[in-house]
Design a protein around this ligand. Structure first.
Ligand code: HEM
Length: 505
């Protein structure tokens, strides 16, 4: 082929790609909705898609530029979304008129085993059935029993810390990457509470569960890139029958759960974990759930719990090292709790009684929301009106909606001095001043997070052990500016969550 022809072919391909990458950008043209000029392929999400900023930062900046409008058009890569900036309208869409918006955005990956059976991906009546099966699984009573399993993993984590101390207790501090520590903890807690498997990733970091579990994360490495491709070009992705996760790794987890269920059934074994609760729920349910549908609910822990739980401990410890007064007050509460326990291990009820701990964690989730935004899909046409009945917007079935959680959390109209870490915002006295539907770390309405109790219990339990035994301090490698240094979907500094621990006793 002559040079000119090659150039022509390349130019045609380039033009077609350009047209495709901007093909959805006319979505709001005739709908009387303000939007910012999107860019080819990345829409309004250039900085986060290209890993120059975290998703949280990008969403928050977009919200700040547009918050004077109740509704605004947003292009999440090529996907047009209607972002709701007004708390009252969030309530209307996610709670009052939920029937028009009962599902999350469609994740179009038919070849992916288990992912489509997870509660967060399920839709309509199928979702309702599974949600009602799972709701009793996450009650306080069930969590109380599960806490005993978590406690074992906290103790192992502490043993590991003690043995890795290079100095005699009380003498000197040692540095660690909190993220590495918390990932191991998250792994072991998920293994024991969700998959019925006891592993110790501190003593045995190469254990199979940890090795395979690490490959099952949307938020980094090859799965992240495949996930982006699947969002950007689902038809191409599915045409080539691509999957985000390696099927052998998925099969490993299926076998783990199915074999455990069969073994327990046969030998009449009970254990206070997710498998047990799902086996009971399956028996009681009228729906004939398949093995895959049951296993998928354990699988959720990898996507919803693994990163979130470990990041929550990281962002909270980071704030504690920056705010020694707050850390000291928390230490006092933790010490009082230990004294009240009189040598007995920590319990779920003792965790619930730590009110300052709750304020600290709530503020951590306010300042560092782990989910930048929540999404909904309009399933029936809907006219959105304001309190006076004046029409604001006509939603059409198929419209995607975005709730800018981190924008709301960093809005000084709702949270004065939003950069300040101030647990007092959540004190008994001031809690009532919170404006409804502005604080949404676990989402909102019937589709909100089902695992919030589990997440809070793990983070509080681990913090109790850490704070009781160590003073958390900055080390030379501690990130100076977390907001600027985080990338992707999670608030993790690119260099790691370095800090130092000074043994207290
Ligand atoms: C700190 C930890 C966590 C945070 C910040 C978090 C946050 C969220 C958010 C923002 C949503 C979307 C809610 C909405 O659209 O309104 C969600 C949904 C969900 N989360 Fe969590 N989550 C956490 C931990 C967990 C854990 C431990 C589980 C364990 C099972 C879990 C399971 C789920 C499920 C199943 C959904 C989808 C619910 C549905 O569609 O019915 N999450 N989470």
């Amino acid at each position: 082929m002559a040079f000119v022809e090659i150039c022509l072919v390349l130019a045609t391909i380039g033009l077609l790609l350009f047209q495709w990458s901007t093909g959805t950008f006319k979505a709001f043209k005739d709908r009387d909705l303000y939007f910012e000029k999107p860019h080819p392929f990345v829409g309004n999400m250039g900085a986060s898609a290209l890993q120059k900023a975290s998703f949280q930062k990008q969403i928050s900046e977009f919200y700040n530029r547009t918050r004077h409008r109740k509704l605004v058009g947003l292009f999440n890569l090529r996907t047009p979304m209607i972002q709701i900036n007004d708390p009252q309208l969030i309530k209307k869409i996610c709670v009052k008129d939920f029937d028009h918006f009962p599902n999350h955005q469609t994740l179009n990956i038919p070849n992916e085993r288990l992912v489509n059976d997870m509660l967060n991906v399920m839709r309509d009546q199928h979702w309702r059935n599974m949600r009602s099966v799972l709701t009793p699984v996450f009650t306080a009573a069930k969590m109380r029993n599960m806490f005993t399993l978590m406690n074992e993993s906290f103790a192992e984590c502490l043993e590991h810390l003690k043995s890795s101390q290079p100095f005699a207790a009380g003498e000197n501090a040692f540095e660690l990457d909190m993220k590495v520590l918390c990932n191991k903890l998250s792994n072991d807690v998920i293994a024991t509470t969700a998959f019925g498997l006891k592993v110790n990733s501190f003593d045995d970091p190469g254990n199979e569960f940890h090795k395979i579990g690490k490959t099952l994360s949307f938020s980094r490495g090859l799965p992240f890139q495949k996930f982006m491709m699947c969002l950007l070009a689902p038809k191409v992705f599915n045409f080539f029958k691509l999957t985000i996760f390696n099927s052998e790794n998925v099969e490993y987890f299926v076998r783990l759960v199915v074999d455990a269920m069969q073994y327990r059934e046969k030998h009449n074994i009970t254990r206070p974990d997710m498998i047990q609760l799902l086996m009971e729920a399956k028996k009681e349910s009228k729906n004939n759930w398949t093995d895959d549908e049951i296993v998928a609910q354990c699988f959720i822990f990898f996507f919803a719990a693994f990163e979130n739980n470990s990041n929550l401990i990281c962002t909270t410890t980071y704030e504690l090292l920056l705010n020694p007064d707050i850390q000291e007050r928390l230490y006092e509460e933790v010490e009082e709790t230990q004294e009240a326990l009189k040598g007995a291990p920590l319990t779920y009820d003792a965790v619930q009684k730590m009110t300052y701990m709750d304020m600290v964690i709530s503020e951590s989730l306010r300042k560092w929301p782990l989910s930048a935004a929540a999404d909904r899909l309009c399933s029936k046409d809907y006219t959105l009106t304001d309190d006076e009945g004046i029409k604001l917007f006509e939603f059409k079935a198929g419209d995607n909606i975005s709730i800018p959680i981190c924008g709301l959390h960093w809005d000084e109209r709702f949270f004065p001095q939003p950069q300040r870490f101030d647990p007092e915002r959540f004190s008994e006295r001031r809690k009532k001043d919170l404006i409804p539907y502005t604080y949404l770390p676990f989402g909102v309405g019937p589709r909100s997070c089902i695992g919030n109790r589990y997440a809070l219990m793990q983070a509080k339990g681990m913090l109790y052990s850490l704070i009781l035994n160590y003073k958390i301090e900055a080390s030379p490698r501690t990130t100076k500016d977390l907001w600027e240094s985080a990338r992707g979907f999670n608030i993790i500094p690119t260099t790691g969550f370095w800090m130092q621990l000074l043994p207290r006793k």
